[in-house]
Design a protein around this ligand. Structure first.
Ligand code: C2O
Ligand code: CU
Ligand code: CU
Length: 553
């Protein structure tokens, strides 16, 4: 090789490096921080939109709530307040809106049984009984959840309460308290989302921002991270392997911060972290990373391939999910780590008075849908009946071919064992949770109390939170039976708390300090004479029907 050729080659290599550098490293976009909505009335409008997600060419068609162009506003709610939601569906498709993690009556839960047709408004109202933590809302229409979430429908909910508010924690939203919603997408050649037959995205979207970067102040910062993926789990850590602190799980703060260098977050799970940037010089940077290379997070042995239904350019690699630039300290920074947080009284294995066994089934031969207990989801079938106020142990066993993410509605649970061993529960998953990582060849046990809300007619869901598994039928339904905290009674034509109504189309959903009354507009109530269905107008103006059964004299 002569000198001239060598120089040319070096120049070409040099140019390529510059090009690569620009393409891969220099193209950060500022992390989008969703707007917040506060108060007790939340008006949400789900609509189609477009967003320029690929740097050149066409914008991507998306779904979004309110003024967002992908995803939706962060709802800030206070524990013990009653909230009214008005959800307008401006999609060309039916949807539902589920309040993931909330302990609310089944008919307000927003699962597959509460469809909202195009141009309709759904107006549930409920009391916030959850602890301060990070929750989320998303569509839950059976067989359509993957598509609607992939298109961008979803949003965070931050619940605040007085106990959390009294702690010295970062809580300036968007400044030292940062929402971080992790997902990824594959695009068609026209820059549109691939919504079917592709479940591991090729490109990260953090809060809907490709190649996201954020400036964070030189002090303790709180990250509220949601895994909003279809399937991919994240093995989270920082690029310099620093220790960070898990302070909250799905349903509330932990008793004390848990130091970690890595933690796994599966689909649907949230975690609140504290990370200390106080020792980082201003102007330096670091990355929140997914250390997914070689991790058997779903697939035995690690994520496969770069192409095909389960392929992805990110599979089996370590990649940045958020580039962090350290900026100047703010006023009133949090500069110390609290040693304790809250004082949770968790259910223990000994509290459980009933045990249920749920088995992962299906999945074989390859391509067959996963199920629970060999029963694909059926909207007409109640798979489990739980007594109101029961404290139950659920054992979820996965002697199957793949890892999963188990989620249950209505309750927050305490994981009491992995493979029957209490010591195998990770410290960072020791708080109140509503989703758990269910690795292959493991059995995970949790204890929960099914209190406050009973409804013989309206089920809650439990399912795999891999959205394609859920849509494919890896979901079951349970009802809670018994007398609710606010049963409805009849005195003449007035409904107040304290008796029995079997069903109703407009809900007296929660006590909320409200006395629900109706005026009969059609039909007659025959006290004590079987089932009577009457048309009514509720005192909130809504009309509906009420079915009354065997009212005690
Ligand atoms: Cu986040 Cu039943 O779902
Ligand atoms: Cu849920
Ligand atoms: Cu699954």
């Amino acid at each position: 090789m002569n000198i001239k050729l060598l120089t040319t080659n070096i120049t070409i290599v040099f140019l390529c490096v510059i090009l690569l550098n620009n393409l891969v490293f220099a193209q950060y976009n500022t992390l989008w921080i969703p707007d917040t909505l506060t108060g007790t009335t939340f008006n949400l409008n789900l609509h189609t939109a477009t967003k320029q997600l690929v740097s050149s060419g066409q914008a991507t068609n998306t779904y979004a709530y309110n003024t967002a162009s992908f995803w939706g506003p962060t709802l800030i709610m206070n524990k013990d307040e009653c909230v009214q939601i008005n959800l307008t569906n401006n999609l060309p498709d039916t949807t539902t809106t589920h309040w993931h993690g909330f302990h609310i009556p089944a008919m307000t839960d927003g699962g597959p049984h509460q469809p909202i047709a195009p141009n309709e408004v759904w107006s549930p109202f409920f009391k916030i009984r959850n602890n301060a933590a990070t929750y989320w809302y998303h569509p839950h229409l059976h067989t359509k959840t993957t598509e609607q979430v992939v298109m961008g429908a979803g949003g965070l909910i931050i619940v605040r309460d007085p106990i959390e508010a009294a702690l010295p924690l970062p809580r300036k939203y968007g400044i030292d308290d940062i929402p971080v919603v992790l997902t990824s997408r594959r695009y068609t050649t026209n820059n549109q989302f691939v919504t079917t037959n592709s479940v591991y995205g090729d490109y990260m979207l953090t809060n809907g921002t490709p190649n996201a970067q954020v400036s964070l102040p030189k002090q303790y910062v709180r990250l509220r991270i949601l895994n909003a993926e279809v399937e991919r789990a994240y093995n989270l850590g920082f690029s310099d392997n620093r220790t960070f602190y898990v302070i909250g799980n799905d349903g509330g703060l932990l008793n004390a911060p848990v130091p970690v260098t890595r933690m796994i977050l599966v689909t649907g799970e949230r975690v609140e972290l504290l990370v200390n940037l106080g020792n980082d010089p201003v102007g330096t940077s670091l990355d929140l990373m997914a250390y997914n290379a070689g991790q058997p997070l779903g697939f035995p042995g690690g994520e496969p391939n770069t192409t095909g239904q389960f392929g992805s350019l990110l599979n089996n690699t370590n990649f940045s999910v958020l580039h962090i630039n350290v900026a100047a300290t703010t006023s009133n920074p949090i500069t110390t780590l609290p040693t304790t947080l809250v004082n949770n009284t968790y259910w223990t294995a000994a509290d459980a008075t009933n045990t249920r066994q749920i088995n992962v089934t299906g999945g074989a031969p390859p391509g067959t849908a996963f199920t629970f207990d060999n029963a694909p989801y059926d909207m007409e079938v109640i798979n489990q009946t739980v007594n109101l106020d029961a404290i139950e142990r659920w054992n979820i066993t996965n002697n199957n071919v793949f890892g999963h993410a188990f989620h249950i509605h209505d309750v927050q649970f305490k994981i009491v064992a992995r493979n029957n061993n209490p010591a195998s529960v990770k410290n960072y998953e020791s708080g109140w949770k509503d989703v758990l990582y269910l690795p292959r060849n493991e059995s995970v046990s949790f204890v929960a109390k099914f209190d406050h809300f009973a409804d013989d007619m309206m089920p809650y869901m439990y399912h795999c939170h891999f959205l394609d598994h859920e849509d494919g039928g890896m979901m079951g339904q349970f009802v809670v039976t018994g007398e609710s905290i606010c049963p409805v009674s009849i005195s003449g034509t007035t409904v107040t708390c304290g008796g029995t109504v079997v069903s109703y189309t407009t809900p007296p959903v929660d006590s909320c300090g409200v006395t629900y009354t109706w005026t009969v507009t059609g039909g007659t109530i025959l006290n004590g004479q079987g089932s009577n269905q009457v048309s009514v107008q509720w005192n909130n103006g809504a009309t509906g029907t009420v079915t009354v059964e065997q009212v005690a004299p």
